[in-house]
Write a protein that binds this ligand. Sequence first.
Ligand SMILES: [Zn+2]
Ligand SMILES: [Zn+2]
Length: 258
Amino acid sequence: MNFSLTTLGTASARPIAGKYPSAHLLSVGGRLFLIDCGEGAQMQLVNLKVSLLKIDNIFISHLHGDHMFGLFGLLYSMDMLNRLAPIHVYGPSNLGNILNELPSHFGQLRFEVVFHPIKCKESVKILEFKQLEIYSFPLNHRVETYGYIFKGLWRNNPRSFAYCSDTAPFSKLSKWLDGTTMLYHEATYASDNKLLAKKTFHSTGADAGRLAAKIGAKSLVLGHFSSRYKELKVILNEAKEFFPNTHLANEGMKFDIP
Ligand SMILES: [Zn+2]
Ligand SMILES: [Zn+2]
């Protein structure tokens, strides 16, 4: 069963030439899920020749612009492409108010945007398909933020993928993610900016590596890099000290969930 993650954007909030803010495409047996939708997500999908109309479910982690400013453009492009099928959007409850406001400013969409507010204190199942379960869990950021787990329950090769961005490390997280096959984790900073990471509720490469080791993951993908790092190797290397099978995400890169 095909199960892969394509990283559409790996930057954090500040714009950098050639980079895009957070957006990720998860393919599960051909079914496409969008996880976060920073500015430029639709351009990246077009660059990769992915039909915008194939996405039926969008998961937003939190209401920081670098994770969701691309959502409005994407929805209106879908309308322009004659979408009629409803789209399902998951995220913190405030997002519902914003989505409700859109038609009064930009016109009515011809398809329904079905918003599913996430509100949880533990890991809870939010959606399921045949042999696929999707869970949400809270993260530890400056605003209400949720992560997502996709569990492919195929009998001969069950695998799972977890998405954690943005978050500072916290103890409960490893319990919810225990046994995850591939972990995507933000690594905004390296440990030289450990204090800044703590202050802004972000993680370092070392934090991400430590978590991947603790949960017994098979692979770790790092993203959401601060623009202050011209060379990302420092983030990668410190994660690898704890978890050798670590990879840096890059725009358009595809990772198979092993
Ligand atoms: Zn962010
Ligand atoms: Zn954030």
